[in-house]
Design a protein around this ligand. Structure first.
Ligand code: GDP
Length: 342
């Protein structure tokens, strides 16, 4: 019988299989192969792999958290990969190690991917101080995001101190990414159409830094766009009490203004760190993540229940044809899962 004190704690750490311990050791020794293999294990949907991955992550967890986590979003063509390449190379020159992870909502639908293509970021992808991982190409957006969260922790344990999570500006992916990073960056083109799109979709509200890219093409237009966006931002309520969002005009292709951008990120990091907001934010994100995993776990258990599997089709048909109400059908199916737990 565990004592009361013990009973309130989580079960003690599992002993890892030698192969998994080797992955943990390899990641901590910053071996690229171990890092890639661990992320492959994490991305696997097999339930035995899921359990192994959870054990590996548990062992790595004490070595995580020591990084700057940035989300980077923008419409296709805004210049995200050009920007990430320029930023990544600059940060490596300054002694950082940079991991780029992608969440691509298109990959979850088509299996194809707008992001994460290896030919993008051609210099960064061959740099030993960079690690680039395309979006997992299967599963729901939530599932893909959870794998990316886990990959982020593995990268931190492997000594990457800047994590860039890239996503493309469609659907829910921006809010999903904003929910796992310290700061969210929106890359915009210097034209009003792009601004309006983002304002309409509510993305500007969650941006901590907006980049007006391609300022080299027409510096005056870029400056105008910068001022207009800054004006729009000043009217919106930003979720952070310790940070006023800023707009930076730069040219990723010409490598101009990257230092100005990074100075803002360092200022932001300091403001959130000193006020305690960063810790609070990460704590909240971890609990939200737990709930996301619980939701998905329940869904999986539901779908894998043998009774549900045989009854789901006819019951759905019955609801579609108006012979059963949605409520009655849902409760009947959920009861199968409950019965399995008795
Ligand atoms: P992504 O789809 O958002 O990742 O955009 P890319 O980084 O692939 O860039 C789209 C196109 O814009 C490419 O042809 C880039 O060379 C170009 N581009 C990106 N940044 C700049 C920039 O700062 N100035 C100019 N003139 N072109 C750029």
């Amino acid at each position: 019988m565990p004592s009361d004190a013990e009973a309130t704690h989580l079960p003690s750490k599992v002993i890892l299989e030698p192969a998994d311990q080797a992955l943990v050791d390899g990641v901590l020794k910053r071996q690229p192969r171990a890092l890639a293999k661990t992320i492959t294990l994490i991305e696997s949907t097999r339930s035995d792999h899921r359990r192994r991955a959870a054990g590996v992550l548990d062992a790595l967890l004490p070595h995580t958290g020591d990084s700057i986590r940035l989300g980077i979003s923008g419409s296709p063509g805004a210049g995200k990969s050009t920007f990430i390449e320029a930023l990544g190379l600059e940060l490596i020159r300054r002694g950082h190690r940079v991991a780029v992870l992608a969440i691509d909502p298109s990959s979850t639908i088509t299996g194809g991917s707008i992001l994460g293509d290896k030919t993008r970021m051609e210099h960064l992808s061959v740099n030993p101080d960079a690690f680039i991982r395309p979006s997992p190409s299967r599963g729901s957006l939530g599932g893909v995001a959870d794998k990316t969260r886990e990959a982020m922790l593995v990268c931190e344990a492997a000594g990457f101190d800047v994590i860039l999570v890239e996503t493309v500006g469609v659907g829910q992916s921006e809010t999903t990414v904003a929910g796992m990073v310290d700061a969210f960056v929106l890359v915009q083109l210097p034209n009003a159409g792009d601004d309006l799109q983002a304002i309409k979709k509510g993305i500007v509200e969650i941006a901590d830094v907006i980049v007006v890219n391609k300022a080299d093409i027409d510096p005056d237009a870029a400056e105008l766009a910068r001022r207009q966006l800054a004006g729009a931002l000043s009217l919106l309520r930003h979720p952070s009490p310790n940070w006023k969002p800023v707009v930076v005009a730069l040219s990723a292709a010409k490598n101009q203004g990257i230092d100005k951008f990074w100075a803002e990120i360092e200022r932001l990091r300091k403001a959130l760190g000193e006020s305690g907001e960063l810790d609070e934010k990460r704590r909240r994100q971890a609990v939200d993540w737990m709930w996301s995993l619980i939701d998905q776990g329940l869904r999986t258990r539901f779908r894998e229940n043998p009774k549900v599997r045989s009854e789901l089709e006819p019951t759905s048909r019955s609801v579609a044809e108006g012979r059963t109400t949605a409520a009655a059908a849902a409760y009947r199916l959920l009861d199968f899962v409950e019965a399995a737990n008795d």
